[in-house]
Ligand binder design. Structure first.
Ligand SMILES: Nc1ncnc2c1ncn2[C@@H]1O[C@H](COP(=O)(O)OP(=O)(O)O)[C@@H](O)[C@H]1O
Ligand SMILES: Cc1ncc(C[n+]2csc(CCOP(=O)(O)OP(=O)(O)O)c2C)c(N)n1
Ligand SMILES: [Mg+2]
Ligand SMILES: [Mg+2]
Ligand SMILES: [Mg+2]
Length: 325
């Protein structure tokens, strides 16, 4: 059983509270209140799976654990307001290092005007940090993966594959090369959730949205599945940072499609809203790139396909999957 099948197997058939309007199955859950809808999401980071001594200082562990959580709020079209932190601390970790983890979270929280409102602390074998993030969105304005429609433009923010490239440099290159690759190292250690961009998109009525944690190959398929449509991507249009050009073509392809952890947004909008999206991108100092289109093709709906070189092929969910194999 892989990660996704496991989730399917534990998804409840119904929710006991009628105000849960989105439970398991999207970037975050939603409970409806009177004024705004509440968004809730949780992500966990584990030593040697999501970070290691070689790749991430304690400060960055906190920073990216919170960033990954805020990114899921952005992917629902919301604003992040508060978070709770559960942490498992091995005996070998020093108190100062734990404070650095919290400093990393604090600094990011400050820039998004968020409050830490609780958590839990236990000792255990492997440093593990689990964050629950809470956000809000205007009623009925959340951006679901299921919101794509035929002829929509598929767009992505920022550049793809930077985090995986940064991880590769940290794990396999000598420290003398780190200066040259500081951009991708930063992108791995301090990803920037796209909340300002998504807030600036408020004039766009309909948008399907997902954030890139596992790799766009996974997330494009998730939009295709949820919307029951075909997402058709063009590899030539993918925004790739110049730092990646120093590596092999194969590495560039793997990182940009399946590397994950860029915490960029992939979405779809009606073609007539493109100018508004560009305006929002400019206002929030974010790059956006058209990378494909949405189609309604009976025999291909629910899948993503890609033009790559002379080929047109189905895009497998080749991104990062836990519990696989
Ligand atoms: N162990 C679990 N128990 C309950 N719900 C889960 C569990 N793991 C994942 N989910 C839910 O499954 C959905 C997909 O999760 P995930 O693939 O981790 O999304 P993302 O990549 O956006 O973090 C979400 O609604 C999430 O809350
Ligand atoms: C030391 C180390 N090895 C490998 C990775 C790469 N990696 C670990 S988890 C992951 C996928 C994203 O994490 P996940 O828990 O699936 O986040 P979610 O999809 O729930 O947001 C990737 C690409 C890393 N960040 N650090
Ligand atoms: Mg997500
Ligand atoms: Mg998750
Ligand atoms: Mg994942």
């Amino acid at each position: 059983m892989d990660e996704f099948k496991f989730i399917q197997s534990i998804t409840p058939k119904y929710y006991r509270h009628p105000n849960v309007i989105k439970g398991i199955g999207d970037d975050a859950a939603i409970i409806r209140h009177q004024q705004v809808d509440t968004i809730m999401a949780m992500d966990t980071m584990v030593e040697s799976v999501h970070f290691s001594k070689k790749t991430t200082k304690p400060y960055h562990i906190g920073y990216r654990a919170l960033a990954a959580n805020i990114s899921d709020i952005a992917a629902m079209g919301g604003k992040a307001t508060a978070y709770l932190v559960s942490i498992v601390i091995p005996k070998r970790w020093r108190e100062g290092q734990i404070h650095e983890i919290y400093q990393g979270m604090n600094d990011l929280a400050q820039s998004f005007n968020m409050d830490m409102i609780g958590g839990d602390t236990v000792t255990g074998e492997q440093l593990t940090i689990s964050i629950t993030v809470i956000g809000t969105v205007q009623q009925g304005k959340a951006r679901y993966r299921s919101h794509a429609k035929p002829d929509d433009i598929v767009f992505v923010t920022g550049t793809l594959g930077d985090s995986a490239c940064g991880l590769h440099v940290l794990l396999h290159c000598s420290e003398t090369e780190f200066d040259q690759y500081q951009h991708v190292i930063n992108r791995h250690q301090m990803p920037m959730p796209r909340i300002p961009f998504i807030q600036a998109c408020h004039k766009i009525n309909r948008m399907a949205l997902n954030d890139i944690s596992d790799g766009i190959a996974n997330e494009a398929n998730e939009i295709a599945e949820a919307s029951n449509l075909l997402l058709e991507l063009d590899y030539e249009k993918f925004p790739i940072h110049p730092s990646l050009r120093n590596f092999s073509e194969q590495q560039q392809v793997n990182w940009s499609l399946s590397g994950g952890e860029d915490f960029e947004l992939v979405g779809t909008i009606p073609a007539h809203d493109w100018a508004i999206l560009e305006e929002a991108a400019k206002k929030s100092n974010t790059d956006v790139t058209k990378i494909g289109v949405v189609k309604d093709r009976k025999n291909k709906n629910g899948t993503a396909w890609i033009y790559h070189g002379n080929e047109y092929k189905q895009l497998d969910k080749s991104g990062y999957t836990h519990l696989k194999g």
